[in-house]
Design a protein around this ligand. Sequence first.
Ligand SMILES: [Zn+2]
Length: 233
Amino acid sequence: MISAFARILLFLVFATGIWAIYLHERPPTAQMGVRHIERLRGQPVVALTIDDGPHPLTTPLILETLKQMNVKATFFVVGKMMRRYPELARRIVEDGHALGNHTENHLRLTELTPAQVAREIERGFEAIDAVQRQPLRLFRPPGGGLNNIVLNYLHKHQIVLALWSLNPGDWSLLEAQPITDYVDKHLQAGDIILLHDGGVGTCQALPHIIRSIRKRGWRTVTVPEMLAMQRDT
Ligand SMILES: [Zn+2]
């Protein structure tokens, strides 16, 4: 026979376990309230997004291709890179591309305290504002890493969360061919394509990706343009 004390102890252990599982598994409280951009299903548009720059070797090449092919993209820039290469940062906005915040140091936000998360995001926006204040506060976390702390911050400050819908994995591929193959196989109308500054393969793949979008009768848009379309549909 189990004593009353043992029964209480057993109950407490059980209840604590359930509570711990709930705390761990529950959906982020602010997730539903955070304004965000999603793939525009069925719409004949594609958004090209370029993360992690500006980069001294690849940003000029990417900008040249975009200019020649008359395409506007969205650059999710890293604050410290903006400060290190202000000339390139200015060229991105002068060419008419949109800027989004990709934090100050490209750290994994899910491993930081609330104060550190706030600083990473604030400093990222400061670096953008120093070049050109964007009408829309766009944010993409490094690696897509999100938790309650990040989501609550975005919600509180009315920042738009901009993830992606197509990831060709270009950051890990040196060659253009596997990047273009992936895009050709998986591209859908309304996609937000994730690309990265820093890789030669991405620069070589970019003209093919743009042609591939146009061959299907679709056009390229920036993330703010896509967001405006999302509101209207
Ligand atoms: Zn990144």
